[in-house]
Each structure stands twice: as structure tokens, then as C-alpha cells.
Ligand binder design. Sequence first.
Ligand code: SF4
Ligand code: SF4
Length: 408
Amino acid sequence: MNAGGRQSELRRKLHGLGFDEVRFARVDGLAPGAEALRAWLAAGLHADMAWMERTAEKRAQPELVLPGAQSVILLGVNYWRDEGQKAKDAARPVWARYALHDDYHDTLKAGLVAAGKAIEEVFDAGSADYRYYVDTGPVLERGWAARAGLGFIGKNTMLISRRFGNWLFLASILTRLDLTPDAPLKKSIERQKPENAHVGLLCGKCTRCMDECPTGALPQPGVLDARRCISYQTIENRGIIPRELRPGIGTRIYGCDICLEVCPWNRFARTARSVLLAARGEIAELSLSELLELTPARFAGVFRGTAIKRVKLAGLLRNACVVAGNSGDTGLLEPLARLAGHALPVVRAHAVWAVFRLAGAAKAKEILAVAHAVETDAAVLEEYGAALNVQHPTSNVQRPSTEPTTNY
Ligand code: SF4
Ligand code: SF4
């Protein structure tokens, strides 16, 4: 079999393993998106994600990850499912779609192990001739995927597929194999300047994602200010969520898909296969009051095997407090008052905020009198101080402005 035949055979095998997209890109100097990454980090838009800084040069230079790398194999797995009425049920918190599965890092990895074996078989290669990653590795997957024509990078910073919309998990295999690259969606992409000029390639005049972001986290096309992003705040940030961002979190308890959901390219979304995924739709059925009552044992049982477990019980309770504060549901005051006495300050702080937001200052003072009297943590005391300075508490869900506010 000639080289082209072997590459077709590999593509066929990878599709057969459950990868919906299989594309190839050539390694040629800096990774696509490397300069944009450096500028993003220099501007401090990555918040406190120090690991992004630590891995930046590896992301920019594939040679540092796999000496002699010549090609990247880009793999996409569609994860969209029609959630129908469930997603529209205002009483239930909203989860990022990807989270409602067994952790994709694990399930896709099983496919990548098999993909490695396929590479070895088809090209008579050794296991040292490739390295694979799912999302967290030092690879600029979206840039490579755009170079390989798997899609384009939208103004929402996501890789958008013409076949699947915004709903692809991406994985990559760096390899020393010399593979024929697939064409990007527009042949002149790499020649455009600046390097990331292809952001929004097929967005046209649309700016929906930027307009609809409730916290103003997309200040420019293709530029995410992680500090303002609900996904960052509810997942990566393990501490206090800035007060001015909490109203914009609305009902989002873990992650945020707003800038993906509003994208018109999702008209091409189609139901996922289940080869490399294991849906955990039952998580979306949990009510807010159930979440506020989570115990360590229940948390471990319900979220076992999912990416959600990474925020730990404290992170999820914190997020649940914020969502409860935004819910307008005074029936949640009782569990919130209990959480105002939780062992962890990060939970107490957000519970205090939520009680004030739901009940108003006068009633909240009554509800929290005992908890306040014994509180010693500076961050929690600051929540009390900020709340008691507010003249007009509200119990309505608010759309925040893009400028910081201190409203309750
Ligand atoms: Fe904004 Fe949500 Fe998109 Fe983050 S994920 S940029 S908060 S819409
Ligand atoms: Fe582009 Fe519009 Fe989709 Fe944003 S919502 S990524 S601007 S097409």
C-alpha cells in the first residue's frame, strides 16, 4: 500500500473507533495560534491559570513536546444531544453540556489508545513516534483543527464545525509520520496577518456570542477574558467568585454554554453517537434544593466518573449558593442559612450573599444573626459588610452590565 493508501486506511480506522472527524495538519514552525496565545497571556486574560503560562511554549512549539514531530492528527467527537424540555425547566440549574457525560478525558483516552495501535499497525510505527492528548495537553488543538480544516475558530473562541456546530470534543495526536495535510476551510488562512486573523472566518457580521455573554467576557472577537467568564469562575476558580459577576451567572451551576448555544452554526448540530461517550443526563435532573443539601457521600456517588467531581463538594456548593441567590426562590433560604454555617469559608461566603440577595437586608440579618455573631473569617465577614451597606436588595434574577457593580 502506498503512503496515500495507508493514510486513507488510518482515517477509516479512526472513524471506526468513534471519532466523527479525522483530519491531518502539517507541523511547520510555530503552532497556529501561538502568537495569539502569547499575547493573551501577556495581557493577563488567563486569570490565575498558571498552568497555561507553564505550558505556553510547549503549546507554541510542538518540537518541544515530540522532537521530530511532522504532523498532527486532529480528532473530533460530537457530543450534542437534544435535551428538549429539561433544558428549558427554569427550576433546574443549567450545566455545561459537556459535563453531562462521564469525564471525556477518560472516555476519549480509551479511543486514543486504540488510535495509537492503529497508527502502529498501518504505518509500522513505534509507540515513540506519536503522543496523544485530550484537551489538557500542551497542544493548541483549536488552532491545529482550524489549520486542518476541521472547522474555524469563531468569535466565541470555539472551534466551529460546519458539520457539527460548536459541539465537538477535540483530541490530537502529534506524530513523526509525514502525513499529507488536509486543506483549511480557506486556503489563504495561514498567509493572513496577524496570525489569528482567521478568527471568525465564517462568522460574517454575526456577533451574537459577544452580545449574549452575560458577563462581558468576550471583549473582542476571538478573545476570552477568563477573569469574567462563567466557565472559569464556576470551574477553575476555587475561591471567591467576584460579587459583580454573580448575578450574571444566573442558573449556570457548572460551566456556561451561552456563547456556544446562540451560534447559528448549531443548525448543523446532530445527535451524538455513543461510541466514545457515556451520557449522564440524570445529573441535569437534580434540583437546586437537592444540590444545596449535598453531603460528601452523596457528592461522591452522584458525580463519580464525571469532570464535575474536580470542583469538589465545596466548589459545587459554592456554585449552588450563587444560583440559589439568583433564583428568586425564598424556599431555598433554609438550606442556604444552614450553609452559612458550613465548615468551609468559601461556602459560607456565597451562602451569606445568597441569603441577603433572596431575603433582603432586614430579614437576612435575622436569619444570619447567629452565624454572623460567630463568624471569624475575613472573606465571609466581608460578604456581611458588603451586604449590609446595600440599601435596596433585590430577589430578582438580573442581567448584569458589562461593568462591575456591587448590587445584590
Ligand atoms: Fe461568556 Fe459564558 Fe461564553 Fe464565558 S462561556 S464567554 S461567560 S457566554
Ligand atoms: Fe461567529 Fe456568530 Fe457563532 Fe459568534 S455566534 S461564533 S459571531 S457565528
